[in-house]
Design a protein around this ligand. Structure first.
Ligand code: FES
Ligand code: FE
Length: 410
């Protein structure tokens, strides 16, 4: 199914540990295609929140690279996911980004699928046609406290071990009772890995993000000195236990199922990621107050969240082509918060709007320089060690061959 780019092993071998990747990882179409097959199709991806599909028949699409996944609530109320590829001659079945439908009807020749993915019938297909063999290809689904994760590959291990580890830590934030307040996409002409690398380090935050740097420590030990202990004391008072301040993860048996949780201090005077330092929305979940902290919360190597006391922000870096990526930012607030009354969308989204515009610019210039014949991968700094961790994940994923996908029928 997947032809391994011939130069991949030599390129991985040529990578110098603790340095940027060789140029071809950001410029080769073969490597990009391999990334989709080996990394994106095999990883758990955060698609959305259950509040986006409250009723049976509600669906939305989650797309990356050449793939499209239908996420739908079935008649029994379960969240299901199917590949959006008709089993007849391959048309997209759903062509709207979201909607409600009793059945899923392919617009080409009207093959009709149940919400479960089962094919109802194929008209004029002859007496020997067996519809049970032509259900939509199923996609794995994992719903964690309302957050919907999907994985196209049936062989990828379950997220359950890491989710059960993270579950008590995030309980006070009430993920189940969130809603999407806003989603923004910032298209950047760069390979998806450059966008991920940029997210993973805050070495650039000082020079590139003047708004962010006013409120957020840059997470270097010097920068956090004197801030962590007072944060821990305040966190306990608002309902976060000391355990919740611990670093978690890295115990995961595979790169696909890692997890990370870390609450860190904002600078004094900031309750949340706002321009003024003041609250932006009602407190999340069962929190009793603002502790002046923010949590980095990751599930797997491709899904990142930042949890403030009054809202959560999700980040995705979705490949659209070799050097086309969407920086997607999703803001979530308490389900019962009303826009205009409890929160103002412009204020809520201000910080990560300006910050993402900065990121778009620096990632674009990064790709432009990497495209030069003179680019040589330089050394990573002390604040960029998580980029090497990402490379470790990435190499582990592209090194292991996927099992041949079986044509399973829904
Ligand atoms: Fe879907 Fe023909 S391609 S019904
Ligand atoms: Fe940034």
């Amino acid at each position: 199914m997947n032809s391994r780019p011939f130069e991949l092993d030599a390129l991985m071998a040529s990578h110098q540990y603790g340095h940027a990747l060789p140029r071809e990882f950001y410029t080769s179409q073969d490597i990009y295609n391999n990334d989709i097959a080996q990394v994106w199709n095999r990883n758990w991806l955060w698609a959305g929140h259950v509040s986006q599909i409250p009723n049976p028949g509600d669906y939305f699409l989650f797309d990356y690279g050449p793939e499209s996944i239908i996420i739908v609530r079935d008649r029994e109320g379960e969240v299901r996911a199917h590949l959006n590829v008709c089993r007849h001659r391959g048309s997209r079945v759903c062509t709207e980004q979201s909607g409600n439908s009793r059945v899923l009807v392919c617009p080409y020749h009207a093959w009709t699928y149940e919400l479960s993915g089962k094919l109802r019938a194929g008209h004029n297909m002859g007496e020997h046609f067996d519809p049970s063999k032509f259900g939509l290809f199923p996609v794995q689904v994992s719903v964690f406290k309302g957050l919907i994760f999907v994985c196209a590959d049936a062989n990828t291990p379950s997220l359950d071990p890491v989710l059960s580890q993270l579950s008590p830590l995030v309980e006070p934030y009430g993920f189940d009772d969130l809603k999407v307040a806003h989603t923004a996409s910032f298209p950047v002409p760069a390979n998806w890995k450059l966008a991920v690398e940029n997210y993973l380090e805050c070495y650039h935050c000082g020079p590139a993000h003047k708004e962010y740097s006013r409120s957020h420590s840059l997470k270097s030990p010097q920068d956090m000195a004197g801030l962590v202990e007072p944060l821990n004391a305040r966190a306990v008072k608002v309902g976060l236990t000391p355990d919740e301040l611990a670093l978690v993860g890295e115990a995961a048996p595979t790169p696909f199922t890692s997890g990370y949780y870390r609450r860190y201090p904002l600078y004094q005077g900031y309750k949340t990621g706002s321009k003024s330092g003041e609250a932006l929305a009602p407190l999340l979940g069962t929190l009793k107050g603002f502790d002046g902290g923010a949590t980095d919360f990751d599930i797997g190597p491709l899904n990142w969240f930042l949890i403030y006391s009054d809202h959560m922000v999700g980040y995705r870096f979705i490949p659209r082509g070799l050097q086309e990526t969407d920086i997607q930012v999703v803001w979530l607030v308490s389900a019962d918060a009303e826009e205009g009354q409890d929160y103002n969308k412009e204020d809520l989204t201000w910080l990560w709007h300006v910050t993402s515009l900065d990121d778009e610019r620096i990632i674009r210039h990064n790709q432009s320089g990497v495209n030069s014949q003179y680019f040589q991968p330089g050394p990573l700094g002390e604040m960029e060690t998580s980029i090497q961790d990402f490379y470790d994940f990435y190499f582990a994923m592209i090194r292991s061959e996927p099992e041949q996908r079986m044509a399973c029928n829904g």
